[in-house]
Write a protein that binds this ligand. Structure first.
Ligand code: CP
Ligand code: NVA
Length: 331
């Protein structure tokens, strides 16, 4: 029997087996080939999806919109404040209304419980476009990108530097555990992932051959890494007041030339983006002026280097989100 993800929601990678994740990566590769060769694939004509964004987005929103258009679907976009959800109508009621009109619902916002409730009450597939806890659609894009660069996933030495208890740190640890990559979080202890999630991932790792390591030591942690990954030091939804403390904690964990030189010579640099690597953003300028820093989680030199694959990774968001939509709605 082939794999069948029809009717499933995509809320966190923990809900999926390695075979199911493999299926989504392979389907993404196929859809990417169709797109690059100009072969039409409007397999979901006549279907409609709705995108609910309570936090801002470039990649995730555009990926869902382009993917849906390529699949021949109709798309409705609702941002924070433009629907009744939450303020005048409960999540359960909103979900039941949207489930009567749409074939799938994307949600980006705060509590993981909101996206879980949308799935529980809507009766249609719900896709997590990022919550405070997890960013699972990003994971399929990241796994695809690593496989494209190295040709395999199992045994890759994957290092995540920075805020290891945010949605990206959590999700990458789960993704590595499921697919057999050696995951190392290089971060200050205060920003290690939650112990219960670490234990869950260590259990999963027993079956996949993955290992899970947490260290504060940059030199040891990044030695011979194949992938160096980082994310913003302050995530969406966190107050501006945390910047000062976060910078003090994370300054030693910046991805710079020394880190890349300590890694494997073929190492790649990854970032889910957006990234603070110069002063060409409002936040970059604000932090730069206030704290005297020109670059934050990654230096401009590394970001712009040949080892950086961040734009391939960004493109892969679209192909992988298309695969997730297609697999769960079903042609
Ligand atoms: N990586 C990512 O989710 O980007 P956006 O915030 O632009 O969607
Ligand atoms: N940790 C980041 C990821 C952005 C894609 C955030 O939540 O803001």
């Amino acid at each position: 029997m082939g794999l069948n993800l029809r009717g499933r929601s995509f809320l966190k990678l923990l809900d999926f087996t390695p075979d199911e994740i493999r299926y989504l990566i392979d389907l993404s590769k196929h859809l990417k080939k169709l797109k690059h060769t100009g072969i039409k694939h409007d397999l979901l004509k006549g279907k409609n999806i709705v995108l609910l964004f309570e936090k801002t987005s470039t990649r995730t929103r555009c990926s869902f919109e382009v993917a849906a258009n390529d699949l021949g679907m109709g798309v409705t976009f609702l941002d924070a404040g433009s629907s009744q959800m939450g303020k005048k109508e409960s999540i359960a009621d909103t979900a039941r209304v949207l489930g009567r009109m749409y074939d799938g619902i994307e949600y980006r916002g705060f509590d993981q419980k909101i996206v879980e409730d949308l799935a529980k009450y809507s009766g249609v597939p719900v896709w997590n476009g990022l919550t405070d806890d997890f960013h699972p659609t990003q994971m399929i894009a990241d796994l695809l990108t690593i496989e494209e660069k190295f040709g395999y996933l199992k045994g890759i030495r994957f290092v995540y530097m920075g805020d290891a208890r945010n949605n990206m740190g959590n999700s990458l640890m789960v993704a590595c555990a499921k697919m057999g990559l050696h995951f190392t979080a290089v971060a200050p202890k205060q920003l290690f992932p939650e112990e219960s999630l670490v234990q869950t991932c260590k259990e999963i790792a027993k079956n996949s051959g993955a290992t899970i390591t947490l260290t504060e030591n940059v030199q040891e942690g990044t030695k011979n890494a194949d992938v160096i990954y980082t994310d913003v030091w302050v995530s969406m939804g966190e107050p501006d007041e945390v910047w000062e403390q976060r910078l003090t904690l994370l300054k030693p964990y910046q991805v710079n030339r020394a880190v890349m030189e300590n890694a494997n010579e073929h190492a790649i640099f990854m970032h889910c983006l957006p990234a603070f690597h110069d002063l060409n953003t409002d936040t970059g300028k604000m932090v730069g002026q206030k704290f005297g820093l020109n670059e934050l989680e990654v230096t401009d030199e590394v970001f712009e280097s040949i080892q950086s694959v961040v734009f391939d990774e960004a493109e892969n968001r679209m192909h992988t989100i298309k695969a997730i939509i297609l697999a769960t709605i079903g042609a």
